[in-house]
Ligand binder design. Structure first.
Ligand SMILES: [Zn+2]
Length: 913
């Protein structure tokens, strides 16, 4: 019945367009993905029932290198990859054999995604499904990029980029297994003369050359002799590979053991001759693999030297200070290390200490007069410049942290690309446009706004083309492809026409065609004008989108990129810019992060098979709000399944009730209006968990009490039928399969998916009736706990009610502006004063009671007090039925029992005989 039900066309209704970051279908969906798509589905279903025209589309992102890598590994019979696809994702062998073609992989999983999404009840308009390598989509991307280019946001240049030498491709955040926070840093290589060769050492502080006392070499590493641009160098093997990627020709000519370098001498014109010392801590994969040592200003060097000297070695070497920095003594590194009481190199505070000295010297340090006397911040650049001009230094790029690992398993390197194209996210004017628009957007939860603000101003120019992968050719350099994050930023607009644009031959889809559809620009000789008009109408009806949904890890790239692109493509059309975003938390499985590569996933399809689509939905929506992290645990999911069964059975039991209404029906009706209002409000704010608390647990608890309160041998009244109808509709967005089934049982019209959302009826709301029932329920609870405590079979129960003067005190305290003077106020009354200590005790008890009672009880109680006597008199029959003994209701002062005197408003004294 749903197959075509959610196909949505422009209509007279108000529209609601929501979309979600589309998936990259390179493997099976797990339950973490499930929530990403189920949250927007619940929201879509809610607004559809609110009688809006809702569009919820889906497509598949297949651009980029990952599937190309996967297909290569499968072609190469890589065991690990084959195991993942055959065993975890359960791809049949005959299909797996075809996975040597990357398009086959994404098409296979796109179909699987659609199948699993359908089994989860997602109300998607599947007519609009596309993949990002469809020829018509490529035409759309070309149009989008023409606008970016013409706005001056696309440029070509030489840039150091993260690069995988196996994939022969720049590497984006999404292509990384590890190190996505690593930044590229520019080092100066200081060239020490070693015989006729150079030994380069990378530094961020070239001015400290004057304080070099030695080099560090790792005695366990075999270094290589290379010819770099024709000159002989000695570096680590890793460094030779890296330098070859950075505009140098590198030829390896031989090897030399680290241990053979130890105790040899090197020299530099600015520091003279120094020895090479052994240092097992030197990492050959960091920069050149050799380190220059400045013990006076680098805590690591100071400690390493001290460790050797404590063994009696190299005792003739003394730190050579060259920078004066106030507050750090003669030798800053020594001063800081000794002050912190650092015992050895392994101390965890070393990084922080290094950073501290680095900052202090940079901000307020000055070189000694004999080295020029300039501030460090000036001298640093001058020395770097001098070294490059006179002393053979070159620049080397390196990451600020390691390891950085590609999805293919290869170490990522820094490569300088010359024909690399960039999107100029660094452009301040562009940033400001985006910021101005962001300020007008709705962001959920509101805490993410700061993160978006930060990302806008932190984004740097973005390498937007790749050499390998699937995707759209870059119009100004067809040998390259537009990279995946750059071709998925305005596709929300494409959804509005996706089902119609494919009726037109892709070669006819010129930029003018899209200018007409999306921007309303007329031009001559537009083809298929009728079809274009229909698409223009779709676009104008649906756009801009109302809300976009995505996980929070996309804030720092995709979610912000799409704002940049929208601002340019729809420049001058503010009414076409995105209106809102909802950002999700992450999914855990049994307390640990879900990860396909580590095998810690539970496939969504398995979850649906084992528990049912509705259970999966209700668990994911009920266990946390969308922006909170959630934790999937099978045992908890099982209890959700039982809840749905209970719901189903209850509705089946009560739907045909036909009795006459009782007093308690008015209470039930009043409560129901409150649940309707609160569920509605929660869903308007995307609070799926809060909504379920109201719509499921709230109503279930009320029904339990209602059925308990019915007179003996009485079925529920016929009004339970109406309640069933409301209840089933309130839960329909969460458990739509159960909803449709029960809707039929209730003889509802059409599909529940389009049934009108319940509206709270103010006329049925009675705070007074609710309050009276709450008083009764609380008293029953009190009696039960007392009976349990005394462990005696009671013979009779007396409920003693507080006298009027206590009600007065309660009311005065509850409404008092100044809690400190309220007693004085009370004592102004002659009769209160006469009661003396009794009055002050009651005031104290009332204060405590008011603190304990929820606000929804206290304020109506004061505004419109209930007649407690009438409430209990009317419930006498019920109480006697509940406890099986006579129940007396008396005013406390007539009870003749000392315990009765403890009665307070809304808290009668209970005397059990
Ligand atoms: Zn790679």
């Amino acid at each position: 019945m749903w197959t075509h039900a959610f196909e949505s066309n422009p209509s007279d209704l108000e529209k609601y367009y929501l979309n979600v970051a589309f998936p990259y279908p390179s493997g099976a969906m797990h339950v973490g993905h499930g929530r990403t798509y189920i949250v927007p589905d619940v929201v879509a279903r809610f607004w559809r029932m609110r009688q809006k025209q809702v569009l919820f589309p889906m497509a598949f992102h297949v651009t980029g290198a990952p599937v190309v890598g996967i297909s290569k590994r499968i072609a190469n019979k890589d065991e690990k990859t084959i195991r993942l696809y055959r065993d975890l994702y359960r791809v049949p062998q005959n299909i797996l054999d075809q996975f040597t073609d990357p398009l086959t992989i994404v098409k296979h999983f796109a179909d699987e995604y659609q199948r699993v999404m359908t089994s989860c009840g997602l109300s998607i308009d599947w007519r609009r499904r596309f993949i990002t390598v469809d020829p018509t989509y490529s035409k759309f991307i070309e149009w989008q990029w023409k606008h970016l280019y013409e706005a001056g946001h696309v440029m070509k240049g030489a840039h150091p980029v993260r690069y995988c030498t196996v994939d022969e491709n720049p590497v984006g955040d999404h292509d990384l297994l590890e190190g996505d926070k690593a930044e590229v840093i520019k080092f100066t290589l200081v060239m020490f003369r070693f015989g006729d060769a150079f030994i380069p050492c990378a530094t961020l502080r070239p001015e400290t050359i004057h304080g070099v006392t030695n080099l560090w070499a790792n005695p366990d590493v075999t270094y290589v002799k290379i010819k770099l641009d024709g000159k002989p160098w000695i570096v680590s093997k890793e460094a030779a590979e890296k330098l070859a990627l950075q505009d140098h020709t590198v030829e390896v000519t031989g090897e030399i053991k680290g241990s053979d370098l130890v105790d040899k001498k090197v020299s530099h014109p600015l520091c003279g001759e120094v020895p090479i010392l052994p240092a097992p801590f030197v990492d050959p994969d960091m920069a050149s693999g050799m380190v220059m040592s400045v013990p006076a200003h680098a805590p690591f060097d100071y400690i390493a030297l001290r460790d050797l000297q404590q063994k009696g070695q190299y005792t003739e070497i003394k730190p050579i200070p060259l920078i004066k920095v106030e507050g750090y003594g003669e030798v800053p590194a020594q001063y800081a290390v000794e002050k912190a009481g650092i015992a050895n190199q392994m101390d965890s505070r070393m990084d922080a200490l290094t950073q501290e000295i680095y900052s202090a010297e940079f901000s307020k340090g000055k070189l000694f007069d004999k080295y020029g006397g300039k501030p460090v911040r000036v001298a640093r650049d001058e020395v770097a410049e001098l070294m490059q001009q006179k002393y053979d230094s070159v620049v080397m790029y390196e990451f600020d942290q390691r390891p950085v690992v590609c999805r293919c398993g290869n170490r990522v390197r820094v490569k300088i690309l010359h024909d690399q194209w960039f999107l100029k996210y660094g452009d301040e004017a562009w940033k400001q446009e985006v910021q101005d628009h962001l300020d007008t957007m709705a962001l959920v939860p509101s805490e993410v706004r700061a993160e978006f603000d930060r990302t806008i101003w932190w984004l740097k120019d973005w390498a937007c083309t790749r050499r390998v992968g699937l995707g759209t050719r870059f119009p100004w350099d067809p040998a390259q492809l537009i990279e995946p994050l750059s071709d998925s930023t305005v596709y929300m607009a494409y959804y509005t026409i996706a089902h119609k644009v494919r009726e037109i031959e892709s070669k006819l889809l010129t930029p003018e065609v899209f200018d007409y559809i999306f921007l309303g620009k007329e031009s001559e000789d537009l083809p298929e004008k009728k079809k274009l008009d229909a698409m223009r109408k779709e676009f104008l009806y649906w756009y801009p989108y109302d809300f976009r949904f995505s996980a929070k890890d996309l804030i720092s790239n995709h979610l912000t990129f799409q704002l940049f692109h929208h601002c340019t493509v729809f420049a001058g059309q503010k009414d076409k810019l995105p209106k809102g975003m909802v950002v999700f938390g992450m999914g855990l499985l049994n307390g640990a992060k879900m990860s396909s590569s580590k095998g810690n996933v539970f496939l969504l399809e398995d979850a649906v098979k084992e528990f049912g689509g509705d259970t999966v939905r209700m668990f994911l929506m009920g266990s946390a709000e969308p922006w909170q992290d959630f934790d999937w645990r099978n045992e908890l999911v099982l209890s959700t399944k039982k809840q749905i069964e209970r719901f189903y059975n209850t509705v089946m039991e009560i739907k045909d009730a036909s009795g006459e209404p009782h007093d308690i029906d008015r209470w039930l009706a009043s409560r129901l209006q409150m649940h309707i209002a609160k569920t509605t409000e929660a869903l308007e704010n995307f609070q799926t968990r809060q909504a379920l608390q109201e719509a499921y647990f709230g109503i279930e608890t009320d029904l339990k009490w209602y059925r308990r309160r019915l007179p003996k041998d009485c079925d529920g009244s016929r009004e339970l039928h109406d309640l069933s109808s409301v209840w089933v509709r309130l839960l329909a967005p969460f458990i739509p399969f159960t909803g449709e089934h029960l809707w039929k049982e209730l003889a509802g019209e059409g599909l529940i998916s389009f049934a009108p959302w319940p509206v709270a009826d103010e006329k049925l709301v009675s705070p007074k009736i609710e309050l009276a029932e709450e008083l009764l329920a609380r008293t029953v609870e009190d009696i039960e706990s007392i009976v349990k405590l005394i462990q005696l079979q009671p013979k009779a129960i007396t409920i003693a009610l507080a006298p009027e003067w206590k009600h007065q005190i309660f009311s005065m305290i509850a409404t008092a502006q100044d809690k400190n003077t309220v007693i004085k106020e009370i004592m102004k009354d002659e009769s209160m004063r006469k009661r003396g200590k009794e009055t002050t005790d009651t005031a104290k008890q009332c204060t405590t009671l008011i603190h304990r009672l929820p606000p929804h009880v206290v304020s109506p109680l004061v505004q419109d007090p209930i007649n407690e006597k009438a409430v209990f008199d009317a419930a006498k029959g019920f109480l006697e039925q509940e406890f099986g003994v006579p129940v007396h209701v008396v005013m406390a002062e007539e009870a003749g029992h000392v315990k009765a005197l403890t009665a307070l408003p809304f808290k009668p004294a209970i005397i059990i005989e």
